[in-house]
Write a protein that binds this ligand. Structure first.
Ligand SMILES: Nc1nc2c(ncn2[C@@H]2O[C@H](COP(=O)(O)OP(=O)(O)O)[C@@H](O)[C@H]2O)c(=O)[nH]1
Ligand SMILES: [Mg+2]
Length: 263
């Protein structure tokens, strides 16, 4: 529980059988978490065995893809605050406290992996990935004149239930660039968002997304295309409905209100 709110943590998993158990046990030690959901996305053999006897609930999502897995987690989570991490050894469970602390004041809290002091030795965040993520994040920030953004590929995030219910109908991406799509939906709907630094360490096992610079570059291009599409759509149709009737209404704030609060 966090300030009377139930906390769910979603862990999409594909190829993390050697690190997932330790990460779940680390989450269990954080005491603020009410529900840990593992979304098994046709994961490596041995994953289910690895999480046996932990408090995590395993859900099988047959549709392949990072976005499909996280969206299934959003559909299953029972909490009032829903966080997402990766169980690949790159993130630290105690960062849950940071995102929850910011969730007191924001609708959605996103993590950033590009803050030098928190990039650990051996982390897959060399010059190419760091500045690539930074550049695409700045493009997003500039085109929407939104909050300070320094990363578009960080899985860590935390969202309030009502905000999520208003955003979910707009999620379309089942693949690796679901992360920036969620950021764009929250920006287009004028949610109150912030990005905060999180620890980023060496991965256990092989990265299937950003381990290859060619794949990462193509992903970057797809992200830029997505950002431009959102920008155009928001110009043509400025009003973004916030999902089912009533949903999101309490947590959605106008830009004017935001600037009053930050003035
Ligand atoms: N590659 C891949 N990752 C998936 C899939 N479904 C869920 N994921 C999760 O996506 C996250 C990112 O994958 P990872 O290999 O760590 O890439 P990286 O974070 O860019 O190094 C991990 O938590 C995976 O478990 C999928 O179908 N393919
Ligand atoms: Mg990873």
């Amino acid at each position: 529980m966090w300030n009377g709110k139930r906390v769910s943590v979603i862990l999409p998993t594909y190829n993390e059988k050697d690190s997932i158990r330790a990460f779940i046990e680390d989450l269990e030690r954080q005491t603020v978490i009410d529900e840990i959901l593992v979304i098994n996305n046709n994961a490596a053999e041995g994953t289910s065995e690895a999480i046996r006897n932990t408090t995590a609930r395993e859900v099988f999502e047959p549709r392949q893809g990072y976005g499909a897995a996280i969206q299934r987690g959003f559909a299953e989570a029972q909490g009032d605050l829903i966080a997402v991490f990766e169980p690949d050894g790159t993130f630290m469970a105690h960062d849950i406290h940071k995102v929850l602390a910011y969730a007191d004041d924001f609708d959605v809290v996103y993590g950033s992996r590009t803050v030098k002091e928190l990039i650990w030795q051996g982390a897959n965040m060399g010059l190419f990935l760091k500045w690539g993520n930074y550049a695409v994040a700045k493009l997003m920030e500039f085109l929407f004149n939104t909050t300070n953004l320094t990363d578009v590929g960080c899985t860590v995030r935390c969202v309030h239930r009502e905000t999520l219910d208003g955003m979910r109908p707009h999620f379309t991406v089942t693949g690796s660039f679901f992360g920036p799509e969620m950021m764009l939906v929250s920006i287009a709907q004028r949610r109150k968002i912030i990005q905060i630094p999180v620890n980023y360490t060496r991965r256990v096992g092989h990265s299937s997304v950003t381990g290859n610079h060619g794949v990462a570059f193509l992903l970057g291009l797809k992200m830029i295309h997505l950002i431009l599409r959102f920008r155009l759509r928001s110009w043509v149709r400025p009003a973004w409905p916030s999902g089912p009737a009533g949903a999101g209404a309490t947590s959605s704030r106008s830009g004017a209100e935001n600037s009053i609060k930050s003035a």
